[in-house]
Design a protein around this ligand. Sequence first.
Ligand SMILES: Nc1ncnc2c1ncn2[C@@H]1O[C@H](COP(=O)(O)OP(=O)(O)OP(=O)(O)O)[C@@H](O)[C@H]1O
Length: 272
Amino acid sequence: MTTALCVRGLTKRYPAFALQDLSFDLPQGTIVGLIGENGAGKSTLLRCLLGMTKPDQGSITPPLTNFNQISFIPDSCTFPEILTIEQLEKDFTNIYAQWDAKKFWDMASDFGLPKAQKIKTFSKGMKVKLAFCVAFSHHARLLVLDEATSGLDPVVRDEILDLLLEFIQDENHTVLFSTHITSDLEKVADYILYLHEGKKMFMDAKDELTESFALMHCSKKEFEQLPPDAIIRSIEQPYQVDVLVKKADARYTYDAPTLEDWMRMYTKGEKR
Ligand SMILES: Nc1ncnc2c1ncn2[C@@H]1O[C@H](COP(=O)(O)OP(=O)(O)OP(=O)(O)O)[C@@H](O)[C@H]1O
């Protein structure tokens, strides 16, 4: 599989936080979900990748210097809000080397965005839709989303997820999608990169995480009888023990772990 981006040993130190020695590849033609609790370092990582923050160490190959090939959608509107989209669109013709006006207006029309209304009058959902219209209209190869869909209703989010799936139909396209809405990633992500306190916990295929493991719920006595090597993480609850194991090792009562379960087991769980 071709690699869209190769990150090695990426380190960024702040006085009270450090992104530590991150290495991973973004496989081309895939959607990679970036998850982690508040303050885990997701935005810092994205800013380093996009050249908005200078890392202390490490390499990013190829360097993301050609902004025409990257679309970054942050969690808030970055367009001048006193403009209408008709006025804004004229600027994009000059800003982007390969601006596709037809694609932009087709998408804006599908989303029902008014041409002649100032952006400041748009709802949050309309502003996000506008950001996606722009992102998909300049032949970007890498789309980076930082909480871009937070605050959107489930119907709009599903429309956006469909757009992401359509975008990666072109195998030269790649999406890196940071979000706290892990159910969205369960629907569309191919891989999950999980950061915890500035460190990479894992990057694995989403289907593997949700289908090849089990979250068991057993009594303390049953827990004591489990082979120690089978236990990936465990959390003792008042009346049961939750145990993350490979599906092949699962017994008693168990569910397929969600991405939230993975986060909970890695942040709160014990490792044997
Ligand atoms: N410019 C800065 N100077 C000092 N510390 C910073 C700076 N930028 C980020 N940090 C610290 O880095 C840590 C990680 O922040 P970051 O915004 O990357 O986390 P995040 O995973 O995106 O969190 P959230 O999910 O809450 O958005 C935080 O402790 C933050 O205070």
